[in-house]
Design a protein around this ligand. Structure first.
Ligand code: KG4
Ligand code: ZN
Length: 340
């Protein structure tokens, strides 16, 4: 049994996963309610909430799994990337358990764990593959030759896709978090009502993303150029729905096109998708259509394994098998590269 701890952003999570990758328990304490009135995650509030929740969440996971601390083979913890103050809470809990119980400590990359969720969902080997992680903080494309050791092919040069959803939702007066709100509003709108930019869409040589131009285009549409003060309460529901649908379509067009371009370049036949934005039904639908048309397989986990959770840190079983354990001087890192 493996205990996995996750506190990289605004979810405090713990999970118990057995060596066959069966999730025995997965507990996620979301902080969305604490951050809603600020329209985004406030790092200091997040780390304080993690401190309050981390022990009850770990206790719940162990109790739900019917597992005692002595039964654990190792303690896995997400150390990067994420909010440093938040990551430190999970790391401190994990180090303490590893030290007291004399169990191996395994450092997990949160983004790689998002892709490993696809391996868990498929319940079979899904590698080699191309992987897309689309979340509030990241929009990254990877080549994944095996279950670990992913090669970053490209990422966003400005906003992450989820961040763009959150910011555009806020411009339209829709509730936080923006992704689900935009998706709901878009269902009644026309995706071709507005022609928004699709950056790098046709440039197959660039496996990068940029969403800040799209965000600005939405702002210019609703507030004019230069933008004037406006009240989203004055917008008709149809106008909001059309803007949401047209914005969502532009994001989905680019994400799907870049996945296909990466699959072609790397001659891979499987696409793995993870991260909160992978919960988006239009994106799922579009990737399914592309897969049929272009002849590749697509694996997208259920929403509970797409949004932040600790179960996906089961990638630690692979790292453990490769002898990749960490020392107690392990540190957190805001960026993609692990520190000791
Ligand atoms: O992976 P995640 O739970 O946390 C991070 O590591 O960032 O992703 C959160 C992001 C938020 O930006 C949220 O708006 C977005 O995922 N999201 C969605 C949907 N559900 C969540 N974006 C588009 N459509 C959705 N249905
Ligand atoms: Zn995430």
């Amino acid at each position: 049994m493996l205990l996995a701890i996750e506190s990289s952003c605004d979810e405090t999570a713990a999970a118990v996963i057995d060596e066959n990758l069966v999730v025995r328990a997965s507990v996620v304490a979301s902080q969305t309610d604490l951050h809603r009135r600020f329209g985004g995650v406030v790092p200091e509030i997040a780390s304080r909430a993690h401190v309050q929740r981390i022990l009850p969440v770990i206790d719940d996971a162990l109790r739900n799994a019917g597992v005692k601390l002595d039964d654990l083979a190792a303690i896995a913890v997400v150390t990067h990337p994420g909010l440093v103050g938040s990551l430190l809470v999970g790391l401190t809990a994990a180090k303490t358990l590893a030290l007291v119980l004399d169990k191996p400590l395994v450092a997990v990359n949160h983004i790689e764990a998002h892709l490993f969720a696809c391996r868990m969902h498929a319940a079979r080997d899904v590698f080699p593959a191309v992987g897309l992680v689309v979340s509030g903080g990241h929009t990254n494309l990877y080549d994944c030759p095996g279950p670990t050791g992913f090669e970053l092919l490209g990422s966003t040069i400005d906003d992450a896709a989820g961040e763009a959803f959150d910011k555009v939702a806020s411009m339209l007066g829709l509730a936080y978090p923006g992704g689900p709100s935009i998706e709901a509003a878009a269902k009644k709108g026309s995706p071709s009502a507005f022609q928004f930019p699709r950056t790098f869409l046709k440039d197959a040589s660039r496996l990068e993303f940029s969403f800040s131009g799209l965000k600005t285009a939405v702002l210019y549409e609703i507030a004019g150029t230069p933008p004037q003060k406006y009240d989203p309460a004055s917008f008709s529901p149809q106008y909001v729905a059309d803007l949401a649908a047209s914005f969502q379509e532009a994001v989905v067009d680019v994400l799907a096109a870049k996945c296909v371009q990466a699959l072609v370049q790397r001659r891979r036949k499987t696409l793995l998708v993870g991260g909160g934005v992978a919960a988006n039904s239009r994106l799922r639908e579009r990737l399914g259509e592309s897969a049929l048309k272009e002849g590749f397989a697509v694996v997208i986990p259920p929403i509970s394994l797409c949004t932040d959770n600790a179960a996906m840190s089961a990638i630690a079983w692979e790292l453990l098998a490769q002898g990749q354990t960490a020392d107690l001087d392990l540190d957190v890192s805001a960026g993609l590269v692990r520190r000791r």
